[in-house]
Design a protein around this ligand. Structure first.
Ligand code: SF4
Length: 333
């Protein structure tokens, strides 16, 4: 097992500086951190979750969701058994908030090898919160890239700036949740901070990584159109009007029991966000098409129906009709 990073020793014991939780551990503690994949053993930092995968599956990359990164391809997906947030509406709570979920150890070298087998074009660290797996990603992502694969992160964005910067150097694309425009929402429902997530999104927008954002709309909790307008303006100002936004439908899961988001609400949100952003999609809705149209000439560039993807209207990431650049990564390397 490699040495853990981001732990600092002080007079009281150890502190983890990977994420804003800043878990502290007394020297003789055997407790795990809030995320349950990092902790202390025999008085030293310890990574019990290193390489312990909750799932290994090859998924369409659109399922991450990433619509403008290698569209129409598939990617090996995995994640750790834990999370640094405690969202009471978590759609994956059985693996993120469950301390007895079974896992399987996969070494970094094995992960890199599997990630390029069959249809897979690389690795997506996803399902729960991958940034808490910092050391495993630092060991496996470069191997995936060395083999010609892509590295994708699907994250809640709750990570401190220094480790985030290091991850931007070894990853290719991110989807980050922006769960609400309200910091109070983050505190009440997630145990996190909106400012941290905004800073993460800002950093990624200025990095070489491709960035998409997901916003899960929960009735009565984050469905204020005034907040949507402010969020749209912020994304446009900080990340650009071509930033991809996925508006996702909420279903009652875990502790929160609000009703399922109405389709009308999602359509209204799409209309409002589209006033500022060129690529707004609705997700988690089976009947909705999620095509990409050229913001310049209006031509259909990518057609999506379920996980079926047609890229005939796009050439080298540009509109086939007028040549407009679409903020689409069509190849890596
Ligand atoms: S990464 Fe885990 S152990 Fe470290 S501060 Fe965050 S929740 Fe705590």
């Amino acid at each position: 097992m490699r040495d853990p990073e981001w732990f600092r020793r002080d007079e009281k014991g150890w502190k983890c500086l990977l994420c804003p939780r800043g878990c502290t551990f007394e020297p003789d503690s055997t407790a795990l951190g809030h995320c349950r994949v990092r902790g202390l053993k025999d008085g030293k930092p310890y990574l019990p979750g290193y390489g312990e995968c909750v799932s290994l599956a090859v998924d369409p990359i659109e399922k991450k969701p990433l619509y403008h990164f290698l569209p129409g391809t598939s990617i090996l997906s995995t994640g750790p058994a834990g999370c640094n947030l405690t969202c009471d509406f978590c759609q994956n709570w059985s693996i993120s908030q469950n301390s007895s979920v079974p896992t399987r150890y996969v070494s970094p070298a094995d992960l890199a090898e599997i990630s390029m087998e069959g249809e897979s074009r690389g690795i997506a660290y996803t399902y729960t919160e991958p940034t808490i797996w910092f050391e495993y990603i630092a060991d496996s992502a470069p191997l995936v890239r060395a083999g010609g694969g892509a590295v994708v992160m699907v994250s809640n964005g709750e990570i401190n700036p220094d480790p985030l910067l290091q991850l931007t150097e070894i990853t290719d694309a991110w989807n980050v949740d922006l769960k609400s425009w309200s910091d109070d929402f983050y505190k009440r429902h997630c145990g996190g901070s909106r400012e941290t997530v905004l800073q993460t999104i800002r950093t990624l927008a200025r990095s070489a990584c491709h960035l998409e954002i997901t916003f899960l709309i929960i009735p009565e909790e984050n469905d204020d159109p005034v907040e949507w307008m402010e969020m749209a303006q912020w994304i446009c100002d900080e990340c650009g009007e071509d930033t991809v936004l996925h508006i996702s439908r909420y279903f009652p899961r875990y502790k929160l029991r609000q009703q399922t988001t109405l389709i009308e609400t999602l359509l209204k949100a799409k209309e409002i966000f589209s006033r500022k952003l060129n690529h707004v999609y609705i997700g988690n809705v089976s009947l909705e098409r999620s095509d990409t149209f050229c913001p310049s000439c209006g031509a259909l560039c990518i057609g999506r129906s379920g996980w079926l993807v047609s890229t005939e209207g796009m050439i080298n990431g540009k509109c086939a009709s007028c040549g407009h650049a679409l903020n689409i990564v069509h190849e890596i390397g």
